[in-house]
Design a protein around this ligand. Structure first.
Ligand code: NAD
Length: 366
C-alpha cells in the first residue's frame, strides 16, 4: 500500500515534536501511540533470570529491567554494572518492602524456587507492585489462593509465566483444534522430561520444589491438554516410577498419567527427570493428527500435520512475548490470559495426579 506523503509527514513531525515529552518513555514506531515502558524487577537471579528473562527484557517494546532482588552481593554488583541499574533499585529478599518508594519498578517477576513464590509475591504486592510469577505458581492450592488474595488486596495484576500460551506454534495448534481443521481432537499425547544433573539442587527438595518432574515439566503437558481442549480434566489416573530412590528420595522422578475431559477427549502423558529427548505432543483427530516436536524448548519448536503441512512459525522470544502481553494488560487494564486462577487450577490438577499416585486408583474431579 502506498503511504499518503502528507500523513506520513504529519505523523513524523508529531512524533518529533512529542519526543522531549517522551523522555523515559518507550515511543513506538512513527505514527503509533507511544508506549510507556514498565519497569520490571527480577526477584531471584538464577539460571532462568540470567539466561532467558533478562535478555528477553531487552527485546520488549513496553518493559525494561529496572531492578533486582538477590541474596548474593556479588550478583548484585555484576547485574548493576551489566544492566546499568541504580543502587536504589537493588534489593535483597528482606528489603523488598522498600520498593514501595521506587517508582521505577512496576512489576516484580518472581523467579525463585517454587515454594518461595508466595513469600516473594506477597512482599511485592505489599509494596504496591504487579506480580508476574514463574510456574508452577506455588506448591499447594491454598498457597496459590493466598497469592491471588494478596495481589487482589493490593489492587494489582497477577500473571503466571506460561510462555507456551504466547508461543505462535502452540497457538497455531490451538487454532487447528478449535477450528477442527483436521477433524475433532480425540486423543492427546504430551510428554516432557530431562535428565536431572546436580543431586543437591532445590528441584530435588520437597520443601522448596513441592514435587519433582511433575511440578517442573509435567505442568507443560497438563497445559497443552487444557489449551487444546479448552476444558478442565474431570478424571485423572496416575502412577510414579522411581529408579533412583536415593536421588529422588523427596520428589517424583517419572510420572505417567491419563486425563479425561468433558467432551470425551483423553490425554496421556509422561514426565521425567530421568531422560532427555522427550519434549513434544501430538493430537490425534477424527481425520488425522497434528503436533509439535520439540514443543517445549526455548527456541526451535516446530511440528507437522497429517496433511503434510509443516508447523514452523518463527518466534522472536517466548519470554519477551509473555512480558509484553502482561505489560499491555496492565497499561490497557485488560485481564491477562495467564491469570492466577489459571495457575491455581493447574496446581489443583497436579495435586490430583499426586493423589491418584498415592491412592493407587483414578481420581474423579466432578
Ligand atoms: P535456579 O536454581 O537457577 O535459580 C533460583 C534462584 O533463586 C537463584 O538465584 C537462588 O539464589 C535463588 N534462591 C533464593 N532463595 C533460595 C533458596 N532458599 N534456595 C535456593 N535458591 C534460592 O532456578 P531456575 O531454573 O531459575 O528456576 C526458578 C523458577 O523458574 C522456578 O519456579 C522454575 O520452575 C521456573 N522456571 C521456569 C522456566 C520456564 O520455562 N518458564 C524454566 C526454568 C525455570
Amino acid at each position: 500500500m502506498t503511504q499518503n506523503p502528507r500523513r506520513q509527514f504529519l505523523t513524523q513531525t508529531a512524533a518529533l515534536a512529542a519526543a522531549p515529552l517522551l523522555a523515559g518513555v518507550g515511543a513506538d514506531a512513527f505514527g503509533q501511540a507511544p508506549t510507556r515502558k514498565l519497569g520490571v524487577a527480577l526477584c531471584g537471579l538464577g539460571s532462568l533470570s540470567s539466561n532467558q528473562i533478562a535478555p528477553a527484557l531487552l527485546k520488549t517494546r513496553n518493559c525494561r529491567l529496572s531492578g533486582i532482588v538477590t541474596g548474593t552481593p556479588s550478583k548484585a554488583a555484576e547485574w548493576k554494572q551489566k544492566y546499568n541499574l541504580s543502587d536504589k533499585s537493588i534489593y535483597d529478599y528482606k528489603s523488598m518492602h522498600r520498593m514501595a518508594d521506587n517508582k521505577d519498578i512496576d512489576i516484580v517477576y518472581v523467579v525463585t524456587p517454587n515454594a518461595l513464590h508466595l513469600e516473594h509475591a506477597m512482599a511485592a504486592a505489599a509494596a504496591g507492585k504487579h506480580v508476574f510469577c514463574e510456574k508452577p505458581m506455588e506448591i499447594s492450592v491454598e498457597r496459590c489462593q493466598q497469592m491471588i488474595d494478596a495481589v487482589k488486596k493490593a489492587g494489582k495484576m497477577l500473571g503466571v509465566g506460561y510462555r507456551c500460551q504466547f508461543e505462535p506454534n502452540h497457538l497455531e495448534c490451538v487454532r487447528l483444534a478449535k477450528e477442527k481443521v483436521l477433524g475433532e481432537v480425540k486423543i492427546i499425547d504430551a510428554n516432557f522430561g530431562f535428565g536431572m544433573g546436580d543431586p543437591t539442587q532445590w528441584r530435588l527438595k520437597r520443601d522448596l520444589a513441592g514435587g519433582g518432574s511433575l511440578m517442573d515439566v509435567g505442568i507443560y503437558c497438563l497445559q497443552t491438554a487444557r489449551m487444546l481442549t479448552g476444558e478442565d480434566p474431570v478424571w485423572i489416573n496416575a502412577a510414579e516410577v522411581k529408579t533412583d530412590a536415593v536421588k529422588f528420595r523427596e520428589v517424583d522422578e517419572t510420572v505417567l498419567w491419563q486425563m479425561k475431559f468433558p467432551s470425551g477427549v483423553v490425554s496421556n502423558s509422561v514426565c521425567t527427570y530421568n531422560a532427555n529427548g522427550l519434549a513434544g505432543f501430538r493430537a490425534a483427530t477424527t481425520r488425522g493428527w497434528f503436533g509439535l516436536e520439540p514443543a517445549y524448548f526455548y527456541n526451535g519448536n516446530r511440528g507437522r500435520r497429517s496433511d503434510n503441512t509443516e508447523i514452523n512459525i518463527p518466534v522472536s522470544d517466548q519470554f519477551a512475548l509473555e512480558l509484553e502481553d502482561f505489560a499491555d494488560c496492565i497499561i490497557n487494564k485488560k485481564p491477562t490470559r495467564v491469570s492466577g486462577e489459571m495457575g491455581l487450577a493447574d496446581v489443583k490438577f497436579l495435586m490430583a495426579i499426586y493423589e491418584s499416585i498415592k491412592k493407587g486408583r483414578p481420581v474423579s474431579l466432578v
